[in-house]
Design a protein around this ligand. Structure first.
Ligand code: MN
Length: 215
């Protein structure tokens, strides 16, 4: 698959019996580095417990199946049921966590060709964020909000429920924001809109832009 996912190559490694052993990718920053937008307690539970559980589940589920040596991308695109749910959730969280950065370090606005595409397809960056937050707030229950690109570079905003990933529909996910309550309940309780307002302080548009260039 595209360069977007080369950086994910370290996610799984190989056991002697040929079955891929998926491992929890480390966060690219300290667990307290996203405070105050996202607390250390949230990251410890979200990354260390929830995503770890998806990794443990997937390794157990794929044993003896055609997905035993499949990549996360292959699982996300082709699997169904529990293997899809756990595999896609690992990929979704890698896209999410790697798209964030400490507030002082994050590039706060798109640059270069991505900035031009945001203006072209949404009117302005402010309009993009308004539309994104509106769709994200309106996603009923657990799911994800995405900025995606099609093959031509046209941008759009999608939401998916549960473990859904835009790769299933042929889009390249550039930015994924977790709408499951475990992503915000410790810091914001039930206030999803406040979480969505604050998340922009730690979205790293340098990373999102590099995904757009690599699509
Ligand atoms: Mn999550």
């Amino acid at each position: 698959m595209k360069k977007l996912f080369i950086m994910l190559a370290a996610v799984g490694c190989c056991a002697a019996n040929g079955q891929t052993v998926h491992t929890l990718p480390p966060l690219p920053y300290a667990t307290d580095a996203l405070e105050p937008v996202m607390s250390r307690e949230t990251l410890e539970y979200h990354h260390g417990r929830h995503v770890q559980a998806y990794v443990d589940n997937l390794n157990r589920l794929i044993s003896g199946t055609p997905y035993a040596d499949a990549s996360l991308e292959q699982i996300t695109i082709t699997a169904d049921g529990a293997i899809f749910n756990n595999g896609a959730q690992i990929l979704n969280h890698i896209i999410f966590f790697e798209g964030l950065a400490p507030e002082a370090a994050a590039l706060k606005t798109p640059a270069g060709s991505l900035a031009a595409a945001v203006d072209r397809d949404f009117g302005s960056f402010d309009r993009f964020r308004e539309q994104f937050n509106e769709k994200a707030a309106g996603q009923f229950g657990s799911g994800w909000a995405w900025l995606v690109s099609d093959n031509s570079g046209k941008l759009s905003i999608l939401t998916t429920s549960n473990a859904g990933n835009p790769l299933r529909d042929g889009y390249v996910p550039l930015l994924g924001i977790d709408l499951w309550e475990h992503s915000y309940y410790i810091d914001y309780r039930n206030r999803r809109a406040e979480y969505l307002d604050n998340i922009w302080r730690i979205v790293d548009w340098e990373k999102i832009g590099s995904r757009y260039m690599a699509r």
